[in-house]
Design a protein around this ligand. Structure first.
Ligand code: UTP
Length: 290
């Protein structure tokens, strides 16, 4: 079966980015001129996803508002003849269709994915963690790469990338049993291992294609580290029943859910934006000596 739906969990507290995230989700912080989550929505659409499901936190409506139409703003732009911006603004509310589900309590990423069970139904689906910004200008979007691999190998796919050895403690790290080109057959998955215990330097990053079997695994996953229902634990359980692969995707990833990662992502996106020439000249002109 084709992958048609994508789930985007966006209900986390974003504690690494406080106080910016006190009143708004980190997913609406801007990267240059768009909220972070819009990049993921555009990536999903460009990948051929037909239905997007965003998991939002109860009481926080900024994400829904962003993708909704704003007739007062549209009228204002129309009256002033700013047709280009009018098109840009209208295009945002024409993504779609986007459905929303609420996560009432922040019980972890696994729990957030489980909230989308009814809307996903009995079919494979993509998961995009939008604070992992994936850039692959000129090439296929990372979600598309995973969808193609799912189609070819009929097993859940996890986006992998080599991470610096000292950083393994921040990621889910896989134990590869067999590697063929970019495809990795996974033997095990260890969440945030110590440097000594890490089975490799291949980290799990925020894109997945999962079979619907993951939902029953999530339902029986007890609360793990930090009292949260971990997606990693459910994927480990899934591996006991079905093949799960990793795919070393082609593209650049930025963790926009942290201050430094967000700064780097802004530079990367800024250097690809319409303002790139002036921005590059500005950076060249900076005095970067200590
Ligand atoms: P993170 O691990 O980045 O957690 O979640 P977080 O709470 O958002 O941020 P920090 O660590 O406190 O800074 C990964 C993804 O899962 C979503 C987040 O919105 C993010 O996209 N998530 C996490 C939920 O939707 N619900 C949760 O309960 C936890």
């Amino acid at each position: 079966m084709r992958v048609r739906k994508a789930v985007m969990p966006a209900a986390g507290f974003g504690t690494r980015f406080l106080p910016a995230t006190k009143a708004i989700p980190k997913e609406v912080l801007p990267l240059v001129d768009r909220p972070i989550i819009q990049y993921a929505v555009e990536e999903a659409m460009a990948s051929g996803i037909e239905q997007i499901i965003i998991v939002i936190s109860t009481g926080r409506s900024a994400i829904e508002d962003h993708f909704d139409s704003n007739s007062a703003l549209e009228r204002w732009l129309e009256e002033r003849g700013d047709i280009e911006m009018l098109r840009t603004v209208r295009r945002i509310s024409e993504f779609g269709p986007i459905a929303y589900v609420h996560q009432k309590e922040q019980l972890g990423l696994g729990h957030a994915v489980l909230m989308a069970k009814e809307l996903v139904g009995d079919e494979p689906f993509a998961v995009l963690l939008s604070d992992d910004v994936m850039l692959n200008p000129g090439g296929p979007p990372v979600t598309r790469q995973l969808m193609d691999q799912y189609q070819a190998h009929r097993g859940s796919m996890i986006a992998l990338q080599q991470v610096p050895a000292a950083d393994v403690t921040r990621y889910g790290i896989v134990r590869p049993v067999h590697t063929e080109g970019r495809l990795v057959e996974i033997g095990d998955l260890v969440e945030k291992p110590s440097v000594d215990e890490a089975p490799s330097d291949l980290g799990v990053l925020g894109r997945y294609v999962l079979t619907p079997k993951i939902f029953s695994m999530l339902e029986s996953t007890p609360r793990g580290a930090g009292g949260e229902i971990q997606l990693t634990d459910a994927i480990k359980a899934l591996m006991q029943e079905q093949p799960v692969f990793g795919y070393r995707f082609d593209g650049e990833r930025h963790d926009a859910g942290t201050r430094l990662g967000w700064l780097k992502a802004n530079v990367a996106v800024g250097l690809q934006s319409d303002d790139a020439d002036e921005f590059r000249a500005h950076i060249r002109g900076l005095d970067l000596r200590d």
